[in-house]
Write a protein that binds this ligand. Structure first.
Ligand code: NAP
Length: 446
């Protein structure tokens, strides 16, 4: 009996959850998880904060998926250059696009391209040792850093900048970033939200971490905090907002923390208007806003704050490859509940937009796997060549594929490097290094 040949593009949490579900529910299936990086795990490796090691425990579950007999990891293969999207469609019965959302949205304001301005995607990828951002070399030489956005990514960045070397000791922050962060002389971090605390994307667990940081004083203007969340807010959201307000009220006390050296300012109802500076960012011009029906309206009242470095944490878009039906406005794959075109599906952030945590993507991915199973039972039959044809094509093109064994060598080598300094891992941060380790099993130059 022939097998269904499935290609999943993207080996992050969403792709892995789809692979897991299909491998459990389809008795005859071969699944190729294709990733442009030599390493799997997507945002779990490149996005989750390096000091949130508990979140990364889920990697064990994903390793079990990767190790299934019917699943192959095919790393270091870029769809769009090493193999085209149309070719994938022609050789696999089912193609699932789970490429995440890795490109920064732009603020669309003058001065955004000055040196010292970074998108959170690049900045996070830099400190997490992702090869594409390895050489970002962010300017962190001034006393003032502004982070635009009031979501959990903004909190991650503020926390990482605020923590001491000692507080980061048990993280897997890449060493190039560790050295750079240790050398900064930051005194002020601004977290700027264009709406108010009732509308922020912060979650209480993440916000509460600022209670305990050794050198960070939290500063909140109490007049920006409403006495309570409105009663017409949905109950679950209302509970979350009340917790956030309680935490923010506690932050605004703060005077007994005077010995601390970094002030973290929560600045609400302020929208960025222009980054100012001659050759590099120095100041940020903001306009006060008022929120009506959930929308931030400009008031015409502007002011400036120092911004030697500016990081915009305002969300992401997906990066399509040629031929993929793509909604350029929203930055997502065009789909109807996960269906893209016959035999093609999408899951995760590239399907819904960059919202939600890993469990949200699990639910989403399981739904997409159910759609695939439904379509298979109604109208599809296996018969395409699948992985055999992909292997032939990649060999013909001289692509250095990293398989599961290669990833496992990288994993072991990184954990061993980390153990030398009592850290969970020290990542290899360049593709050439990763390929060398995958091929040899030992670290480059070791
Ligand atoms: P987010 O929660 O959507 O936050 C984006 C922020 O950017 C919002 O405050 C948004 O304001 C603001 N923004 C958007 N466009 C803007 C503009 N032009 N000017 C000024 N501000 C602008 O997204 P995120 O922080 O990137 O996080 C993505 C997802 O990952 C979220 O679901 C988040 O919870 C999750 N995540 C979770 C964790 C964790 O659990 N530890 C860590 C990181 C990320 P408006 O609301 O006004 O649009």
């Amino acid at each position: 009996m022939s097998c269904f040949q499935v290609a999943i593009v993207g080996s992050g949490p969403s792709g892995l959850y789809v692979a897991d579900a299909l491998s459990r529910k389809l008795p005859q299936v071969r699944i190729d998880l294709i990733d442009q990086l030599p390493t799997p795990l997507g945002l779990l490796r490149g996005g989750v904060a390096p000091d949130h090691q508990a979140t990364k425990n889920i990697a064990r579950q994903f390793e079990r998926v990767l190790s299934k007999d019917c699943v192959r990891f095919i790393g270091n293969v870029t769809v769009g250059s090493d193999v085209s999207y149309s070719k994938l469609k022609s050789i696999y019965d089912v193609v699932v696009i789970a490429i995440g959302a890795m490109t920064d949205r732009r603020m669309g304001i003058p001065g955004e391209d000055l040196a010292g301005v970074y998108g959170s995607g690049s900045f996070v990828a830099w400190y997490n040792g992702m090869p594409a951002a390895r050489d970002l070399e962010p300017l962190l030489d001034g006393p003032s850093v502004v982070i635009v956005g009031n979501g959990n990514v903004a909190l991650d960045i503020a926390r990482l900048l605020g923590k001491t070397e000692e507080e980061l000791a048990k993280s897997d922050l890449s060493s190039h970033a560790r050295l750079k962060l240790a050398a900064t002389a930051i005194t002020d971090i601004w977290l700027v939200g264009r709406r108010g605390p009732l509308d922020s994307g912060f979650t209480p667990a993440e916000l509460s971490e600022f209670n305990d940081l050794a050198r960070v004083i939290t500063v909140v203007d109490r007049t920006q905090l409403p006495p309570q969340a409105p009663y017409d807010m949905p109950e679950e959201r209302r509970r979350l907002v009340e917790k956030n307000l309680g935490l923010l009220r506690g932050f605004s006390v703060g005077s007994e923390q005077a010995e601390k050296t970094i002030r973290l300012h929560f600045l609400f109802n302020a929208a960025p208007v222009e980054v100012l500076g001659e050759t590099r960012a120095r100041r940020l011009k903001l306009e006060k806003t008022r929120v009506e029906n959930g929308v931030a309206l400009m008031t015409g009242d502007t002011f400036e704050i120092c911004a030697d470095t500016l990081i915009s944490a305002i969300g992401y878009r997906s990066a399509p490859f040629p031929g993929l039906p793509f909604d350029d406005q929203r930055g997502i794959v065009i789909n109807v509940q996960g269906r893209v075109e016959p035999g093609v599906y999408t899951a995760g952030w590239c399907k819904r937009g960059p919202q939600g945590v890993i469990p949200t993507n699990r639910t989403d991915a399981l739904g997409v796997a159910d759609l695939i199973l439904e379509d298979i039972s109604e109208s599809m039959s296996p018969g395409k060549a699948g992985g055999v044809e992909l292997d032939r094509l990649l060999a013909e093109r001289g692509v250095r594929v990293v398989d599961l064994a290669g990833w496992q060598k990288i994993n072991v080598a990184e954990i061993a490097r980390g153990a030398a300094t009592a850290r969970p891992r020290e990542k290899f941060t360049r593709v050439a290094e990763l390929l060398e380790v995958a091929a040899s099993g030992t670290g480059p130059g070791e």
